[in-house]
Design a protein around this ligand. Structure first.
Ligand code: AMP
Ligand code: MG
Length: 332
C-alpha cells in the first residue's frame, strides 16, 4: 500500500469513518456496480476541484452526480416525466440521466452547461455512503484522465494510490463498464454513452424512439464533438489494437485477447506467433466480457507485453454496443 492511502472495507465502522471524511470535503474512491468512482461532495466546490486535480481531468469534462433516489434528484435538477419513468425502471442502477440543472449545482460540476448528469447507484457501499452523508456525491471513474477505468480496489491503489487518502474495497464491480448516459434535457431523447442498459430497453420503457449514439468516421460520438465534450480513451499504455484477424508475425511478446475461450487451433496460432492468449469470457457471454474487459487490460498493461491485440466483437452480437464502444476507444 502507498503511504497515506488507507484501504477501508464495507464494515459499518469503516463506512462511518469514510462518511465523516466525505462530509469534511475529502475524497474517497468507492465501488459502484459499474466501475470504481472518485467521490466527493458535489455541492462543495473545493471537493469538486480536487476531483479534477487528482484525475488530471480537464474542467470542460462534466462530472456525474450520484443521488439517493428520484426525490434527491429533484433537489438538483428539473425532473421531467421521461426521467421519472426511467428512474422507476432502472434506479438504483447503471443509468445516468442528463437534465436541466437547478441553481444549487455549480458550474464546476457541469462544465458550465445548463444541464446536470444524475445517477442513483445500486452498489450497497455507495448507497450506504449516500445515506450516511446525506450528500450528493460527484464521482467520475477513479483513474487518471484517459486511462483504463478501475473495476477493483487494487486497480485504484495501483493507479491513484499515491494521490488519494482512501479507498473502500467493495470487491469486483458487477457490470465492469461505465453507466449508460441518456440525455433527457431536450425534445429528442438521445443516448450519449452506451452502457449496461441498452437503447432498446430505454425505448421500451419510454414507449418512443431513442436516438442511439452517433459516430463520426473517427469514432467520436456526436456528444463528444459538441462543446464541452471530449474524445475519450480509457486506454492502456501498451499499444492496443482491435483486430479481425490476429497478426502472424513471430518474435514479439504480444498478448492476444479472444472474446471467448479459444479453440485448440487458435491457441496453436498464438503460440506459433510468439503470443500469449487470454480471453474475456468462457462461453461468449457479453455481460461476462464487459465485466472482465478493464480488469484484463489492467493486468496486461502491467504484464510487460509489447502490444495487445483484441478480437473485434461483431456488431451483430446482442448487447455488445458498450463493449465495442470501450474497446474502440481503448485501442486507438
Ligand atoms: P465519467 O467520466 O465516466 O464519470 O463520465 C462523465 C461523462 O458524463 C462526461 O464525460 C460526459 O460525457 C457526461 N456528462 C456529464 N455531465 C453531463 C452533462 N451535463 N451533459 C452531457 N453529458 C454529461
Ligand atoms: Mg471516466
Amino acid at each position: 500500500m502507498q503511504a497515506g492511502c488507507h484501504i477501508y472495507n464495507s464494515a459499518p465502522g469503516d463506512l462511518n469513518l469514510v462518511a465523516e471524511l466525505l462530509r469534511a470535503g475529502k475524497l474517497a474512491a468507492l465501488p459502484t456496480e459499474t466501475v470504481y468512482g472518485l467521490a466527493g461532495d458535489a455541492l462543495n466546490v473545493a471537493s469538486v476541484k480536487q476531483i479534477f486535480a487528482v484525475k488530471g481531468r480537464p474542467f470542460i469534462d462534466p462530472l456525474i452526480v450520484h443521488v439517493r433516489d428520484l426525490l434527491h434528484a429533484e433537489e438538483l435538477a428539473e425532473v421531467n416525466d421521461r426521467a421519472r419513468l426511467l428512474a422507476h425502471a432502472f434506479w438504483p442502477g447503471p443509468l445516468t440521466i442528463v437534465l436541466p440543472r437547478k441553481a444549487i449545482v455549480s458550474d464546476w460540476v457541469t462544465a458550465s452547461q445548463s444541464t446536470v448528469a444524475l445517477r442513483s447507484p445500486s452498489h450497497p457501499v455507495f448507497k450506504k455512503l449516500l445515506e450516511l452523508t446525506g450528500l450528493a456525491l460527484a464521482a467520475p471513474s477513479a483513474n487518471p484522465f484517459g486511462y483504463i477505468s478501475p473495476t477493483r480496489a487494487a486497480h485504484v491503489q495501483k493507479i491513484l494510490g499515491d494521490r488519494i487518502e482512501c479507498i473502500v474495497d467493495g470487491g469486483a464491480c458487477h457490470h465492469g463498464v461505465e453507466s449508460t448516459i441518456v440525455d433527457l434535457s431536450s425534445d429528442q431523447v438521445c443516448i450519449l454513452r452506451p452502457g449496461p442498459i441498452g437503447v432498446d430497453a430505454i425505448a421500451a420503457v419510454l414507449g418512443e424512439p431513442v436516438t442511439p449514439v452517433k459516430r463520426s468516421p473517427r469514432g467520436q460520438t456526436e456528444a463528444q464533438l459538441a462543446p464541452g465534450m471530449l474524445i475519450r480513451h480509457y486506454s492502456p499504455r501498451t499499444p492496443a489494437h482491435l483486430v479481425d484477424t490476429f497478426p502472424e508475425g513471430k518474435g514479439s511478446s504480444s498478448a492476444w485477447v479472444f472474446l471467448k475461450h479459444p479453440s485448440v487451433s487458435e491457441l496453436e496460432s498464438a503460440i506459433l506467433a510468439g503470443a500469449q492468449a487470454f480471453w474475456l469470457s468462457e462461453s461468449g457471454d457479453v455481460a461476462e466480457m464487459m465485466q472482465n474487459v478493464y480488469d484484463l487490460l489492467h493486468n496486461l498493461d502491467s504484464g510487460g507485453f509489447s502490444a495487445i491485440f483484441v478480437q473485434r466483437p461483431s456488431a451483430r452480437l446482442p448487447g455488445s454496443e458498450a463493449l465495442i464502444d470501450r474497446l474502440t476507444r481503448a485501442c486507438c
